[in-house]
Design a binder for this molecule. Structure first.
Ligand code: DC
Length: 226
């Protein structure tokens, strides 16, 4: 039996952390939490309500009056609910991609979502992925990982995802979008994207998903038995 520790997995877009985190959670029987989906849900609602992404007060208020839930859907995939409506697909739209980093800059939005995330992890047994989980949301997590990959590899993965979803984008355009999102996420004042103290940094450029998953589950099982 693996002890019901918390596992924080951070990293930039396209680092493979979603697939890795989901698979680790499934293998260990832990709860998987995708915190990016929560920022995306707030962003979707802001777009729907026509709120300006520079209006920090309106965005903070919007986050506070939103109900965001994550449920296990088909095949272990997460279903994301916003105010009791299924937004799993809608939060992956290009318009959300373009605005989510702006919404994620807002300290009031971050504070509110971080409190929800901390509550989800209060009893342990959670694999939580995002940008600031090891640094700000769960600094006491027993295990912290920071996944990276080269910009070219990350763009290639993102492009494949988008093509699968029917978007027809050019590689150059995807690289540009990813770099811009990383720049805003890394340079923002509140809880920017960076490896947490004590995090194990894994460069997944040349590793398969399974290899990364095994690195993590081996670390957790080795320490957490008993
Ligand atoms: O992981 P993702 O691409 O779904 O994340 C969407 C955006 O949300 C990304 O630009 C960074 C932001 N984010 C964040 O600031 N903090 C988190 N814990 C998770 C995501």
């Amino acid at each position: 039996m693996v002890r019901r520790v918390n596992i924080a997995i951070d990293g930039p877009a396209g680092s493979g952390k979603s697939t890795v985190a989901r698979t680790v959670a499934k293998k260990l029987g832990f709860l998987y939490v995708d915190t990016g989906a929560m920022y995306r849900a707030v962003t979707l609602k802001a777009i729907q309500e026509g709120i300006d992404c520079n209006d920090y007060d309106a965005l903070t208020d919007l986050a506070r009056r939103s109900r965001i839930d994550q449920e296990a859907g088909h095949n272990g995939a997460l279903r994301v609910m916003l105010d009791n409506m299924d937004v799993t697909q809608a939060i992956r739209a290009q318009e959300v991609n373009h605005n989510v980093s702006l919404v994620a800059r807002v300290p009031g939005v971050r504070k509110h979502l971080a409190a929800l995330q901390q509550a989800m992890a209060a009893n342990g047994g959670v694999v939580m992925e995002g940008r600031d989980i090891g640094t700000a949301v769960l600094p006491q997590a027993e295990f912290k990982f920071f996944l990276t990959a080269s910009p070219e590899e990350r763009a290639r993965r993102r492009l494949n995802d988008l093509l699968e979803k029917g978007y027809n984008l050019k590689q150059q355009q995807v690289i540009k979008e990813i770099m811009e999102r990383d720049r805003i996420d890394s340079e923002r004042a509140t809880d920017p994207l960076k490896p947490a103290e004590g995090a194990k940094v894994i460069d997944s450029s040349l590793l398969s998903i399974d290899q990364v998953v095994n690195l993590i589950t081996d670390a957790v099982s080795g320490e957490g038995t008993g």
